[in-house]
Design a protein around this ligand. Structure first.
Ligand SMILES: NC(=O)c1ccc[n+]([C@@H]2O[C@H](COP(=O)([O-])OP(=O)(O)OC[C@H]3O[C@@H](n4cnc5c(N)ncnc54)[C@H](O)[C@@H]3O)[C@@H](O)[C@H]2O)c1
Length: 259
């Protein structure tokens, strides 16, 4: 199909690339013609994630911890050394942390969640933005969550971290005023994934999560989302089709936040 979003020759950096949503996204971006830099701290899983790419796809893997400034600098440098630039940055690595009410939540876990979900996103933008601003062009897509738009029981820290991602996104979009750099975020809802199972198991006191029919009761689409459905929005935001879109948060939640 000729009318599909194309990213031919674009260089896309994806963090959290070994995870469910990251892997689905790097595959879609590669499918649409992008050259991929896949970043995650889990090196073996990162290699597996790019193995499924078509032979024609160009991909570089970089093992890095997004909370470590030197390692963030290094993945950005590796991308530019290999491909000359960065056109799209999917700043996606994140953790759910503990699933507990606030009185039981340890300060150590609180700091860890903010470190990965907020500091990691901040550092990614800190080092990718100069590359994009220099060429006056680029698209950054951060991963927030619908938990960044509303409260979430037993996930207060995660929710706070995702509210912060939305604030970082909107502020960065303002800081790019007058340039060709756009900054947006996606807010996935309940995506069929390891993270969702971990959250639902945690909320259920460590027992098996409730059946899917129960989970989707408050979702107008009446089903869980797919990682590929988040990837589709990321591909759109990365492309020139979204040339007038900046500072936005895109929900991919089957209507869950429409109420
Ligand atoms: N799964 C969902 O239902 C859902 C819903 C809303 C938002 N999200 C968000 O989407 C993003 C991806 O989630 P997912 O479902 O693919 O989860 P996932 O756990 O499958 O993937 C997350 C990836 O991030 C990596 N990562 C974690 N900490 C890192 C660090 N310090 N440095 C480098 N890499 C690190 C992990 O190794 C993992 O591969 C996360 O930001 C998550 O908060 C997920």
């Amino acid at each position: 199909m000729t009318d599909r979003i194309r990213l031919d020759g674009r260089v896309a950096v994806v963090t959290g690339a070994a995870g469910v949503i990251g892997t689905a996204t790097l595959r879609l971006l590669a499918d649409r013609g992008a050259r991929i830099v896949a970043v995650d701290r889990r090196e073996a899983d990162l290699k597996t994630a790019v193995e499924g790419l078509p032979a024609s796809a160009e991909a570089l893997t970089v093992a890095a911890d997004v909370t470590q400034e030197d390692e963030v600098k290094e993945y950005v440098r590796a991308a530019v050394d290999r491909f000359g630039t960065i056109d799209a940055f999917y700043n996606n690595a994140g953790i759910e942390g503990d699933i507990k009410p606030i009185p039981e939540y340890s300060l150590e876990s609180f700091r860890r969640v903010l470190d990965v979900n907020v500091v990691g996103v901040f550092l990614g933008m800190k080092y990718v933005l100069p590359v994009m601003l220099k060429q006056n062009k680029g698209s950054i897509i951060n991963t927030a969550s619908i938990a960044g738009l509303m409260g979430s029981p037993h996930l207060a820290v995660y929710s706070a971290s995702k509210h912060a991602v939305i604030g970082l996104t909107k502020s960065a979009a303002w800081e790019c005023t007058g340039t060709g750099v756009r900054v947006n975020c996606v807010c996935p809802g309940l995506i069929d994934s390891r993270m969702l199972s971990a959250i639902m198991t945690g909320r259920n006191g460590g027992n098996a999560p409730p059946p899917t029919e129960k989970l989707v009761e408050r979702i107008p689409a009446r089903r869980l989302g797919l990682a590929s459905e988040v990837a589709s929005i990321v591909a759109f935001l990365a492309s020139d089709e979204a040339s007038y879109v900046s500072g936005s948060h895109y929900t991919v939640d089957g209507g869950r936040t429409a109420a």
